[in-house]
Design a protein around this ligand. Structure first.
Ligand code: GDP
Length: 363
């Protein structure tokens, strides 16, 4: 009998990579999303290493997680061995803007854990909860490990903290195998362009093909710890395979600035950049063209500029991660370097940009 897994937010980056991983391991995978319009199926169509959304063993469900009775019905029908709740994660800037509606939508751990109890699945179903690093109420200079919890509690993180402690409490009180995974930024060609890495790979690729002229960004000094989503979903799975349930921080432990990410992405496209000016006047200027990919551009072109609209007020830019526990207990180590991640993202966006430029030329 194959194991049965239930994954929320199946159409997102992590959901699609995790589904691929579990299908390869022989699981039956049920993916849920509140709405699955055809256009939103794009990521699940990435399930293409021999699998597709039509593969045997892969099922899509359109469910509203806020509806307790349909969640109970689903658990009663599927009796999953593992639940991966990836659904609470939203883009940071969005969460700041609309935190009351996200607070309501985010509190899903309680609904899942209660459904596990009410279906009598406490001894069978293991539960993974995706908790973003912001739940710790980030403080500049802080290093996050599993011990750091709520030093501050900004309003937009209330739901995240509630979910985090619900998972801990159900583990301790009801003996359910439930874990929080605190995953730092993890990217890929499937990342939405709301995130800076994808915005950069897409923007610069478009510039080389004449589709855009300049990439406008916010704080170029912001530091982030970026890994590859494909590596991180392996740890989500691994957290549910231990003898005892625990919470884990997953990160590379190494930070880069947004400016460095831009520099690496530009180099992959054959552009050597020079940054001039300070603050909102800073510009990325082409210092040399080193590959035919960027042949349409010329030395001196300004291809990166700062737009103050993208600068987040009171952002915590210097928060680092300590993934020692995951290294020790899960054997965690990132398989993909930042440079390889950049290459993969840029090459995927370059292929799309070339196709778009070709269609524009003939269309
Ligand atoms: P986050 O860590 O979840 O907020 O992921 P993002 O990819 O959205 O942001 C990563 C960092 O890049 C943050 O420090 C942002 O302030 C910074 N950043 C700089 N310019 C931009 C931009 O144009 N868009 C976004 N999304 N982030 C930017």
């Amino acid at each position: 009998m194959s194991k049965v897994a239930l994954i929320t937010s199946i159409t997102g980056q992590d959901g699609s990579y995790l589904a691929e991983l579990l299908l390869k391991k022989g699981y039956t995978v049920h993916g849920i999303n509140r709405h699955i319009p055809l256009s939103a199926r794009q990521h699940t169509e990435f399930i293409d290493d021999g699998f597709s959304i039509h593969s045997p063993g892969f099922y899509l469900h359109e469910e509203d997680l806020a509806d307790t009775s349909s969640l109970n019905d689903l658990l009663a029908r599927l009796a999953p061995d593992e639940i991966y709740n990836l659904g609470g994660l939203r883009h940071t800037a969005e969460r700041h803007r609309h935190h009351s509606s996200y607070t309501e939508a985010d509190i899903s751990a309680l609904r899942f854990l209660e459904a596990i109890r009410s279906q009598g699945l406490e001894q069978k179903t293991r539960y993974y909860h995706a908790s973003p690093a912001e739940l710790c109420g980030l403080v500049n200079g802080m290093t996050i490990n599993e011990m750091v919890t709520s030093t501050l509690c900004p309003p937009e993180t209330v739901a995240l903290i509630c979910d985090f402690w619900t998972v801990v409490n159900y583990r301790k009180t009801f003996g359910i195998y439930a874990c929080n995974g605190i995953l730092f930024n993890h990217e890929s060609p499937r990342r939405s362009e709301h995130f800076v890495t994808r915005k950069i790979s897409m923007g610069l690729a478009n510039i080389t093909q004449g589709l855009e002229q300049c990439l406008y960004l916010g704080n170029l000094n912001a530091l982030r710890d970026w890994g590859h989503a494909k590596d991180y979903v392996k740890m989500q799975w691994s957290m549910l395979q231990q003898d005892e349930p625990e919470d884990f921080v997953i990160a590379t432990g190494v930070q880069y600035t947004v400016r460095q990410f831009v520099t690496f992405a530009a180099l992959e496209l054959g552009i050597k950049l020079r940054f001039v000016g300070k603050g909102t006047e800073e510009k990325g200027v082409i210092a040399a063209i080193i590959s035919p990919i960027a042949a349409a551009l010329k030395v001196g072109d300004v291809v990166v500029a700062v737009d103050p609209r993208y600068i987040r007020p009171a952002e915590k830019c210097k928060v680092s991660a300590n993934p020692t526990k995951a290294r020790r207990k899960l054997g965690w180590g990132p398989e993909t370097s930042l440079q390889d991640l950049v290459i993969e993202m840029v090459q995927a966006d370059l292929a799309s940009a070339k196709e778009m430029a070709r269609l524009k030329l003939y269309g």
